[in-house]
Design a binder for this molecule. Structure first.
Ligand code: ADP
Length: 281
């Protein structure tokens, strides 16, 4: 607990008084720490590829450029590291746009199936490359949801991209969507759509599960970097899902793997119906 105190005094009805005010600044301190950690993390993340680029350029200038094999190899590394810098910057910009509230999420009536289909067509080539099996399990009668299709495609892309990355060759990746069973007396607007991505991959230790949505948090830094990750994918996912009024979390699977669940609220059916009519006219 962090406390800040201030004293004020005066006189009232000929009696002197003093007031001691305590402010609980625990939350302020926490936010300040998050900000400092973030700046330190960004600097570190950017410095790693830069150091590598600088090292290889120096080696080339020192004479490695005269060896055609080394020349090719080093240039290739320099290119890869520059691409990586670019990717980190793009993700950072995206995240800062969302966090500053400069991105407003559309509330279009949309069919979750089209979100799944659009994403799968992009992911299939990289899943095929690793020999993964991609399976979809979509409930037959899924109601339309109100959301931003491009952003939701981004959510699913990030989750599937991770499932492909963190699952050894010839794994199985399942995308499922279902209506969460309505509790007996719940209001219609309390119903939700649950979208999940399950894999048979390396899994996430229980203590790391809540933290993987933090910016730059990784279970295994070296491995994640090697696989080309920026450490920002799940932070972006969380922001978009919460921007839709939803929640996201990860569960472990038996005997192995992870299951990421995105729960999106369903708007009141009549409101959505009205919106559908509006869009159609
Ligand atoms: P990265 O770019 O490192 O993949 P993310 O924000 O997408 O960053 O994910 C954060 C961390 O969560 C990853 O570094 C990895 O340790 C873990 N992770 C994410 N998805 C999975 C998954 N499907 N299986 C195992 N670990 C995962």
């Amino acid at each position: 607990l962090h406390i800040e105190a201030s004293v004020a005094g005066g006189e009232r009805e000929n009696e002197a008084f003093a007031v001691l005010v305590f402010h609980d600044i625990t939350e302020l301190r926490r936010l300040e720490k998050i900000r400092k950690d973030f700046v330190a993390n960004v600097s570190h993340e950017l410095r790693t590829p830069l150091t590598s680029i600088k090292g290889y350029v120096e080696a080339l200038l020192d004479g490695a450029k005269d060896d055609p094999e080394a020349l090719n190899k080093f240039l290739d590394i320099i290119l890869k590291q520059s691409d990586r810098l670019n990717l980190i910057l793009e993700d950072l910009l995206e995240l800062s746009k969302i966090e500053s509230g400069r991105v407003s999420f559309k509330q279009d009536p949309l069919d979750i199936r089209s979100v799944v289909e659009r994403t799968l067509s992009m992911i299939k080539p990289i899943a095929d490359k690793k020999g993964h099996r991609l399976v979809t399990e979509l409930d037959d009668r899924l109601p339309p949801i109100a959301g931003d299709e491009d952003r939701l495609v981004q959510v699913l892309t990030n989750l599937l991209d991770n499932a492909v990355k963190y699952t050894p060759e010839r794994g199985m990746i399942t995308v499922a969507a279902r209506l969460v069973p309505e509790p007996a007396r719940a209001l219609p607007e309390h119903r939700a759509l649950e979208l999940s991505v399950s894999d048979t991959g390396i899994g996430i230790p229980e203590q790391d599960r809540p933290r993987v949505f933090e910016r730059f948090y990784r279970v295994d830094k070296a491995r994640s970097r090697e696989l080309g990750g920026t450490g920002l994918g799940l932070a972006i996912v969380k922001h978009i899902v919460e921007g839709h009024g939803g929640q996201v979390w990860v569960e472990g699977r038996q005997p192995q793997g992870s299951r990421f669940v995105v729960r999106l609220p369903l708007r009141h059916p009549s409101r959505l119906a009205a919106q559908l009519t509006e869009t159609n006219t």
